[in-house]
Design a protein around this ligand. Structure first.
Ligand code: MRU
Length: 346
């Protein structure tokens, strides 16, 4: 089983360094909440649920290191830690969802500081364990949508590496179908500029023994037209109340291509990825990342010095392109305002 995030007994947070995969498997141990915040910022850990779980661990780690027995002083310092961790990346709502869960534990506590530290560690553990369980359930809910013989296209990495570990979200659907004995094949977009598809999805699926073919992003239309892709399943970083879904840049283009070729396009995400506070995708903040991700591949420069570069990390797929949103509570279908709200109440 791939373990993406692990909380050690001393509160430190161990992460598989996703910047080095697939050629090196290195575990990085964050010994302070500042190190954990930097690990989210620099993509040592990435993927919406994995960011949320790591953030919870970072809050618990920071809390353990606050040196005061005074509850009010502790809560002030803890809020500062929450703010730093929540400031690492803007798009994946799981980050804010997890930090808010930690905040609520602190806000509800009136006893000794030592007990609050324990409660925060327990809450982070709970978030991690729930993530593993939710992803397996979601995988099983989505697997019924895949048929024996399907070839499924995915974009970016929405697998174990994007969650606490084990199943993942979109790849969890494929893993569950595979475990159910369906013979499926996966096409993985390489996902420029950070190459999560080439480096992470291809690595993860090979490890799981699932038939994976790597293609560059601009090949998706070619293979759809040839009838070589039957379904698309991707993850999401934030889904608005109406079902508009933000995911890795390039997902929107895949969705439009899928519509043109009558290929069902599914999004797999836990309910913690749905932001019921925003009515539609226009309210989702899109992260702009370092232009070096575009001007370079690894350490090799591939663009001229000084050329203007844009690097939005995500795009929003309008709900009209989405055949279904696979969650741990079931599959939501259009109209998503109603179906997602119903799932939330289960
Ligand atoms: O920038 P990243 O690598 O954090 O972006 C990740 C994605 O876009 C994933 O597809 C998304 O988080 C779904 S994860 C289960």
């Amino acid at each position: 089983m791939i373990k993406t995030v692990e909380f050690l007994a001393n509160g430190h947070v161990a992460l598989i360094d996703q910047r080095l995969l697939p050629t090196e498997e290195v575990i990085v141990t964050c010994t302070t909440y500042q190190e954990l915040a930097e690990a989210i910022r620099n993509m040592t850990v990435r993927g919406a649920p994995a960011i949320g779980v790591s953030a919870a661990g970072g809050c618990a780690l920071g809390a353990r290191q606050i040196a005061t027995d005074n509850l009010a002083a502790f809560k002030t310092k803890f809020e500062e830690i929450c703010r730093v961790i929540a400031g690492t990346r803007p798009t994946a709502v799981n980050l804010f969802w997890a930090v808010d869960r930690m905040r609520r534990v602190a806000a509800a506590h009136n006893g000794p500081v030592a007990a609050l530290k324990q409660a925060l560690t327990a809450e982070a553990e709970k978030i991690l364990v729930e993530d593993l369980f939710i992803n397996e359930t979601m995988g099983n809910n989505g697997a019924v949508l895949l048929a024996d013989g399907d070839t499924v296209l995915t974009h970016c990495n929405a697998g174990a590496l994007a969650t606490a570990g084990h199943f993942g979200t979109a790849l969890g659907v494929m893993k569950a179908a595979h475990l159910a004995g369906k013979k499926i094949k996966v096409f993985s977009d390489e996902t420029r500029p950070f190459l999560q598809g080439a480096r992470l999805t291809a690595w993860e699926l090979k490890k799981e023994g699932i038939d994976v073919t790597l293609i560059t992003d601009n090949m998706a239309g070619y293979f759809m037209k040839k009838g070589m892709i039957n379904k698309v399943v991707v993850g999401a970083d934030r889904i608005a109340a109406n079902g508009d879904a933000a995911n890795k840049i390039g997902t929107y283009s895949v969705a439009v291509l899928a519509k043109e070729h009558n290929i069902p396009f599914y999004v797999a995400a836990p309910l913690s990825t749905i932001d019921f506070n925003i009515p539609d995708g226009s309210h989702i903040p899109i992260e702009e990342r370092d232009t070096r991700e575009v001007s370079h591949i690894g350490n090799r420069q591939v663009a001229p010095d000084g050329v203007r570069i844009l690097n939005p990390a995500f795009d929003v797929t309008p709900n009209k392109y989405i055949a279904g949103i696979i969650t741990e509570k079931g599959v939501a279908r259009a109209p998503f305002n109603e179906s997602l709200a119903k799932l939330r109440q289960i």
